[in-house]
Design a protein around this ligand. Sequence first.
Ligand code: PLP
Length: 379
Amino acid sequence: MSFFVPFALERFFAKHEFSAKYLLCSSDCESLPVRELLAMDEGSIDRLLDLRLGYTETRGAPSLRAAIADHYAGLAPDSVFVHSGAEEAILNLYLATLKAGDRVVVNYPCYQSLAEIPRSLGCEVVPWELRETVDGAGRARWFLDPDELPRLCGDGARMIVLNAPHNPTGALPTRREFDAIVAYARKTGALLLVDEVYRRIERDQATRLPSVCEVYENGVALDVLSKHSGLAGLRIGWLASRRADVLDAVAVVKDYNSICSSAPSEALAEIAVKNLEAIAERNRAIVAGNLTLLDGFFERRSAFARWTPPLAGSIAFPRLTDGSDAEALADRLVAESGVLLLPGAYYDYDRSYFRIGFGRANMPEALRRLEDWLDDAGR
Ligand SMILES: Cc1ncc(COP(=O)(O)O)c(C=O)c1O
């Protein structure tokens, strides 16, 4: 008997990711070859060739941590802790800070590990549900209500977990809503983990939220190069927090886990981090072009599916208009046309929803294939 239940989404991707021809549900943005990354930093090729492949520092190479800290207002390099991907950071943080019986409020639906690991640790996991709403200006969006926190946290939550921009809906709280969440966490002293892995790809740059580590002393920010930078193969992510005791506790766990990150990955990650805005800008342009196509698609194909448009990130969560099972559709679609969509069932959510991804450069072709298939199926 495993400690964990299987990670449904990862099993789904393990089955299809390297066989389906058109991935129309990937969450990461377009990747870069090593050559292009090295070209961003003169002299990097020689430095890489001379790099010694011993262990690195548990919390990450000092120069990498300094480069990461530069992206946060007023943050010291000591407040950054490098991990092998966001996934390792989530596991280590939870193992370091939670115990059985703790109450943890987590936005729902969510990336499975955010809720599943606390559940496996015996915590009381309370879902904080996103809902599709239309705001006063007539704009449809996914909304997470900060006013629900007192009820959900009851007489005390150890941790509140927010993923913003959100996987899978593309939701993004307004600054006022974000401030209200931070204010409530501050009032109760709860740790606030914000999974910020889709930050930097907001539809409107003016809506980018500050990182939680900049605005809240008990905040823990999570980021990774996989999504906005398309560099998932580096497996370099990080926690950023001013809670030194939390990072110290994470270090204890990390000694039982990966011990340190990969030296070549850290070296390449440092180049990416120093060029983060340029890489993110390239991916924002891809996302913007793809979103224009998707806006048209959902307008033309309203009998097939409807979406609440995402405000940020590289994924959205539409719904089959007839309310039928998206898993049945996805199975047929991938078998008959090679196009992969991710059924909402993998988020333990309403089965008529599905995830669509638009961070990749070949999304227009994948979308065309989907439309051809819909035409052939008379839908
Ligand atoms: C919200 C969220 N957090 C964390 C992760 C894990 O990121 P990584 O695979 O880079 O470790 C993902 C990956 O899909 C994600 O969507």
